[in-house]
Design a protein around this ligand. Structure first.
Ligand code: AMP
Length: 366
């Protein structure tokens, strides 16, 4: 794993008056570039050749410098990394960046300074480690089953390689589990032999609140051991299964699919904000204990509410999530922190700007 010291050595050669915010043109990049421009930063987009004109067609969000690649893994090439470093690039790792370049490649081979703590890639990317993190935080999580034979109620089965919910399925007994697994194999959705986790299926309403943790500020919530935590917005993912009613009165099999297709805005009953902030504070403090300095900047908790159980956290995304794209000019929550439009992309740029002013940029980089 590339050490933090090595990255900080590279960062120390940067001209802090000329930092450029860089990321792959995908996921939440328009918002990141838009926010960076509002805060006065130069921007670098890394685009597939064919995508370039589309990303250049947004006058207020297109990156100032475009670097074309044939394949996103080209960012790992030595010359490409050197080019980014020579431009004083700070990478903002969004979901597609991590997915296309690969968490392990980033940890082992990518020497360009990134905003945030790369150790989160290690803790978030593996379901077992992520589970330890959630347990350490002491928030409510779905029960895990160690074998299909233990299934004694509704479960959701998550395949390890499955991306964005594709190939997930539901079962309520060991025999249903086996039947569904065979069906997915026959339909070519899975190959077989994949690893999976079996998790209690939590009925209720889903909320995906996204937060920003600022290490430059003092704690602002009970139970928060470091940093200021802001609830910057909330969304709900729109998954194929959310429209299952359209096939009624029968259930059309193809709707039983958890693939994310988009995001819709949502707010939570105001009194529940206490539960969300409390869970986020616990997750932040646990991250600090497990992998110091813990979380830096944006993260999201994937939660389900049911009146009998309260909120259950079924996943952590330890970076900017695509649900933030709903709020390029701020969310229903951001005005309670800022009197100007504050997207997550802009919030990241604001933090970098403040850190430079305070001479603390290195605290936010790994
Ligand atoms: P994930 O890949 O963990 O983000 O899950 C993808 C989708 O599957 C979520 O957005 C939920 O709709 C659904 N899901 C995941 N875990 C659970 C659970 N334990 N109970 C109910 N639904 C879940």
């Amino acid at each position: 794993m590339i050490s933090r010291e090595e990255l900080l050595r590279i960062l120390s050669r940067y001209d802090e008056r000329d930092i450029r915010i860089a990321t792959i043109c995908s996921h939440s990049s328009l918002q990141i570039f838009h926010g960076a421009r509002l805060e006065g930063f130069g921007t670098i987009g890394i685009a597939l050749r064919g995508n370039r004109p589309y990303y250049e067609s947004f006058p207020r969000a297109s990156p100032e410098i475009m670097l074309e690649v044939e394949n996103y893994k080209d960012v790992l090439r030595k010359e490409f990394q050197e080019k980014l470093i020579s431009e004083n690039a700070l990478i903002i790792p969004h979901g597609s960046f991590v997915e296309y370049v690969g968490a392990e490649n980033i940890l082992e081979r990518f020497r360009v300074p990134m905003f945030g703590n790369r150790l989160t890639l290690y803790w978030e990317g593996d379901r077992e480690r992520q589970r330890r993190w959630i347990m350490e935080a002491g928030v409510r999580a779905p029960r895990r089953y160690s074998s299909p034979d233990e299934i004694d109620g509704p479960v959701i089965v998550k395949l390890h390689g499955a991306k964005g919910g594709r190939g997930y399925f539901r079962a309520s007994s060991p025999s249903e589990f086996r039947r569904r697994l065979e069906e997915l194999k026959l339909r070519g959705i899975i190959r077989g032999g994949e690893e999976y986790v079996i998790e209690e299926f939590i009925p209720g309403v889903r909320f995906y609140p996204h937060f920003f943790l600022s290490l430059l500020e003092a704690p602002n919530l009970p139970g928060l051991e470091h940093g200021r935590l802001e609830l910057l917005g909330m969304d709900r993912r729109l998954e194929i299964i959310d429209e299952v009613y359209r096939g009624l009165p029968e259930i059309i099999e193809d709707y039983l699919d958890y693939t994310v297709a988009g995001n819709i805005p949502v707010i939570v009953r105001e009194k529940f904000i206490v539960d969300l902030l409390e869970a986020a504070a616990r997750i932040s403090s646990a991250a600090r204990r497990l992998f110091s300095p813990g979380l830096i900047g944006p993260f999201c908790l994937e939660m389900i509410y049911h009146p009998r159980r309260g909120f259950t956290v079924f996943e952590i995304s330890a970076r900017i999530v695509a649900g933030t794209n709903l709020y390029p000019m701020g969310s229903p929550y951001s005005p309670y922190y800022y009197d100007e439009p504050m997207s997550m992309g802009r919030r990241i740029a604001r933090e970098i700007k403040r850190a430079i002013e305070l001479g603390r940029l290195s605290d936010l980089i790994y």
